[in-house]
Design a protein around this ligand. Structure first.
Ligand SMILES: [Zn+2]
Length: 257
């Protein structure tokens, strides 16, 4: 069995280049043979990309998150475009809307989101979508502007009914460690309601640690626990589950090897 961690903030787990490399090696030993590195801003991307671009199990997304809306950086859109054209960069993200945190006004967030959706369309890349208490606006915008390569609703936290609406677009759903929590019935219902070929998993490390390690900092190496729980929910063997997730992830990110 091998797993693809489709969303890990390696730069937030540790700042040290050697430790970052170690995190990816420990993941590999635990069967997590591919990791998508996510950064919220240009500075984190430059650092993590510099540290890990030679790590053969790490791929990258580049983009500016809603958390950076007040100060995305000088010439940010040009720089995001340049980053997206570098080797092993396979998606634009994470981008989206966050009305829970007070990152800045909604109009500015929406503008940041839309500009990057259009960039992803021009570069023919898939997008990784962050949605916190902004589900309605996110779907309204995606209906008009989702890039042809589609998008993934990362760290899915809406209900099954929302997922059905999202399914009408070309969207995938990525479940994180909170799927393993006892009170996650909502997520279990969603996992059962969406087609199996639309499901991904992610660590969202250093956040969302699976239940067995609650209180600890999350790492990509714990991803197997989320896959195991998902297999139970969907009544698949662990091997079948791993294969489905592996195929979905590589298809979504356009990795053919
Ligand atoms: Zn994230």
């Amino acid at each position: 069995m091998q797993f693809f961690d489709t969303h890990a903030h390696i730069g937030l787990i540790d700042d040290d280049p050697i430790k970052q490399l170690l995190i990816t090696q420990e993941a590999r030993q635990a069967g997590v043979t591919r990791i998508l590195s996510i950064c919220n801003n240009l500075i984190d991307f430059a650092r993590v990309y510099g540290n890990l671009k030679m790590a053969s199990n790490v791929y990258f997304a580049a983009g500016v998150s809603p958390s950076e809306v007040q100060n995305p950086g000088k010439d940010w859109l040009t720089k995001v475009k340049q980053n997206l054209q570098m080797p092993r960069v396979v998606a634009l993200g994470e981008i989206g809307l966050d009305y829970y945190h007070k990152f800045g006004d909604k109009t500015a967030q929406i503008e940041l989101f839309i500009q990057q959706l259009d960039l992803a369309s021009r570069l023919d890349l898939p997008v990784i979508i962050h949605n916190r208490e902004a589900g309605r606006d996110v779907l309204d915008i995606l209906r008009d502007r989702l890039p042809p390569k589609g998008g993934v609703m990362h760290c899915y936290s809406e209900n099954a009914e929302y997922a059905k609406k999202a399914l009408k677009l070309n969207l995938y759903f990525s479940f994180a460690g909170n799927l393993t929590y006892k009170n996650a019935r909502n997520l279990h219902e969603t996992a059962l309601a969406v087609p199996q070929d639309r499901i991904l998993i992610e660590s969202e490390s250093p956040f969302m640690v699976p239940a067995d390690f609650r209180g600890k900092r999350n790492m990509p190496k714990y991803l197997g626990l989320t896959a195991k729980r998902l297999a139970e929910i969907l009544a698949l063997s662990e091997e079948e589950m791993a294969q489905v997730l592996w195929d979905n992830s590589n298809r979504f990110f356009g990795l053919t090897d």
